[in-house]
Design a protein around this ligand. Structure first.
Ligand code: ADP
Length: 650
């Protein structure tokens, strides 16, 4: 982030922060000093032009995005690179195998009695050298080509997976551990990159080398080639089958265990405050040692399998050579074979085993790549549970009537959370949901902005079933202020203009005044351009809430859904926030999940929810007069000195 942030604020170096600094010193900003101007212009001239990127995001993926993820389809996008890479692999495997042929030729035509010729030997040696150099050059080219190909393919895939995340529904992100999703984007995509960069080309190269060598052996002498193949191949086959099974097992083990390591790591880092506060460090280390140890054991197993297979195949090679010496030597003595051919055979046999050793090294990366692509494919095939209908329409500008019509809902089919909710909120009306923790208040809010769909019944906005409209048009008219305001790394300004991109300076200034942030902004070194740290850790809880309210205010939604923060605020912040809330609610329909009954008291209507049903509903005054659930809750709340209302009601 450090560099990214540095560059993006480069404009601010000349403008923003210098301006702020001179502003603090009470001086007007005089522009870039003339002695620096030349340097600055030069620097700007070297900056590449970045055209404004055009991003087309639609909730429903295009035909292309729906395609099943396979390696050939990923590669197909770059046909030129694939053809160039394949051609290079063929050329390399041919140039590499010319050596023994040249040796054989030099012995037969330059060294044997009656054929002695220094010039033949010299020409062969030179040709050997040239071909070796050529193959080095082609290998360099090939690494370059596959490197570029894999980087491009992975870039595309990263964007595709990220875009898919943007489409998935809330239940997916609740069910999947963040660490696991991160590993899709990191280790899985890297495995695939490794596979494209080295794995496939090495496999093709080594496989082709073995084919070329076998063909040359048979062309040189069929009898000797047949003996060699008969001696080596069956043994090699048996060992390879064992290796395949054993390393598959080892691979699956280490794959599962690294997932546990990552999940444990991400959870520990995310919850580090809780860990420290509860003195759980020792326990945490012990637990992590356990998962890391299990991962090490899996790796040790894979190491052992490789250690057995590698030397075993080398041994088969040596056995083959010994037998070749016996059989070939006999054939030379009985004049069935020229000694030059025997030497070429030996050289080729050596080379026949080199690819096997290399394939062993590549085998794991092949397996990793294969299962990574399966996992990524599964991920890309996950359908969002809250999806857009094919013929979804744009939601027209809302008046703001919200209707829950016989709504039933459960996060899982076994447990129902909401039971037959019937509720109508008039345009401009603010309704506070109150009730004990776990009653279903947030769930109702989540249904209203379609984070989830009801299992039965309907949620309507101005009489339109929200399942029939596009998600974009729906959410552009709904403002959501969550309990924990999430701030992104960036400046306060970027965090405020999150919901709309066309916000002008005046609007931002107004919003800052409305939510009472003026004092904070004036105090900060760079005002509204001051960076906030990830998740707003450098701001107080109250300030984060004010920012969230300002963000909602700027988005100008027709309907507001606000989950009030439970954290208790000091009296002053509370007053500021309540005033901000009043401004925010002006003329808007709103659902307020009220944790403080002072907030509920300010709403037009209160709906008391318990065990997933509405137990009482009416204006604050009527409910207090009625002496029902709300007035009991209110009494308890007053007695407790105004603590969290959800607990008062429980
Ligand atoms: P409230 O906002 O009134 O405190 P919620 O609407 O958050 O209550 O929760 C209602 C019930 O649904 C609770 O029993 C809670 O445990 C359950 N619940 C909330 N979110 C989920 C979820 N993502 N998956 C499964 N159950 C959930």
């Amino acid at each position: 982030m450090g560099w990214g942030g540095g560059w993006s604020s480069a404009g601010g170096m000349f403008g923003g922060s210098a301006q702020a600094a001179s502003g603090r010193a009470g001086l007007p900003f005089g522009g870039i000093p003339s002695e620096l101007m030349e340097e600055a212009t030069k620097l700007l001239a070297t900056e590449p032009e970045h055209p404004k990127s055009q991003i087309h995001f639609t909730q429903r993926p295009s035909e292309k995005e729906r395609q099943r993820l396979t390696l050939p389809k990923l590669l197909k996008v770059y046909p030129k690179w694939v053809v160039a890479g394949s051609a290079l692999v063929i050329i390399i495997s041919l140039t590499l195998q010319a050596g023994p042929l040249l040796t054989e030729f030099a012995i037969k035509n330059g060294m044997e009695r009656g054929h002695r010729s220094l010039s033949v030997i010299v020409v062969c040696a030179l040709l050997y050298l040239v071909l070796a150099l050529a193959s080095v050059y082609f290998q360099r080219l090939q690494v370059d080509v596959t490197g570029k190909l894999s980087s491009r393919v992975m870039h595309d895939l990263r964007i595709r997976v990220f875009t898919h995340f943007q489409r998935l529904s809330m239940d997916f992100f609740t069910d999947e551990k963040a660490g696991v999703l991160m590993s899709r984007m990191t280790s899985d995509i890297e495995n695939l990159q490794q596979l494209i960069q080295d794995g496939i080309s090495q496999f093709a190269l080594q496989g082709l080398t073995m084919v070329v060598i076998t063909a040359i052996l048979f062309a040189t002498n069929v009898t000797l080639a047949a003996w060699t193949v008969l001696m080596i191949v069956p043994l090699l086959f048996v060992f390879t089958i064992w290796f395949h099974q054993a390393s598959e097992r080892g691979y699956l083990l280490s794959r599962d265990r690294i997932a546990l390591v990552l999940a444990d790591l991400s959870e520990s880092l995310y919850g580090i405050r809780v860990v420290t506060a509860n003195n759980r460090q020792r326990h945490n280390i012990r637990n992590h040692r356990h998962v890391v140890g299990a991962y090490r054991d899996a790796n040790l197993y894979t190491g052992r399998v490789n250690a057995i297979y590698g030397p075993s195949t080398a041994m088969i090679g040596i056995l083959g050579q010994a037998m070749l010496l016996g059989i070939g030597g006999h054939m030379v003595l009985t004049h069935q074979l020229n000694v030059a051919y025997l030497i070429a055979f030996f050289l080729y046999l050596n080379r026949f085993f080199a690819p096997i050793q290399l394939l062993v090294q590549q085998y794991n990366s092949l397996q990793q790549g294969r299962s990574s692509i399966i996992r990524l494919r599964e991920l890309l095939q996950t359908e969002p549970t809250v999806d857009e209908m094919e013929n979804a329409v744009t939601l027209p500008a809302l008046e703001g009537r919200i209707t829950f019509e016989h709504v039933n809902f459960g996060y899982s089919p076994e447990t129902q959370v909401l039971h037959d909710i019937d509720l109508e909120i008039a345009p401009g009306e603010s309704v506070a949901f109150v009730g004990p923790t776990g009653a279903g208040k947030s769930t109702m809010a989540k249904l209203a902005n379609r984070f989830y769909d009801p299992t039965s019944g309907r949620v309507l906005l101005d009489g339109i079933d929200i399942r029939t409209v596009t998600l974009r048009s729906l959410r552009s008219q709904l403002g959501v202020v969550p309990q924990e305001a999430f701030l992104f790394a960036g400046s306060i300004r970027t965090n405020l203009s999150f919901g709309r991109t066309d916000i002008d300076e005046d609007e931002i200034e107004t919003a800052i005044d409305v939510v009472g942030l003026r004092e904070l902004i004036d105090r900060l070194p760079e005002g509204i351009d001051t960076p906030v740290h990830e998740r707003g850790q450098t701001l107080s809880a109250g300030e984060r809430q004010q920012l969230a309210l300002a963000r909602a205010f700027l988005a100008r939604p027709r309907v507001l859904i606000l989950d009030e923060a439970t954290s208790s605020l000091d009296l002053r912040s509370e007053t500021v926030i309540e005033r901000a809330l009043d401004r925010l609610l002006e003329g808007r329909s709103a659902i307020l999940i009220a944790h403080r009954l002072t907030t509920a008291q300010r709403a037009d209507r209160i709906v008391v929810i318990d065990h997933g049903g509405i137990v009482e509903m009416g204006s604050p005054r009527d409910l207090l007069a009625a002496g029902g659930a709300y007035s009991t809750m209110y009494g308890a709340w007053l007695a407790s000195g105004g603590r969290d209302a959800t607990r008062a009601g429980a």
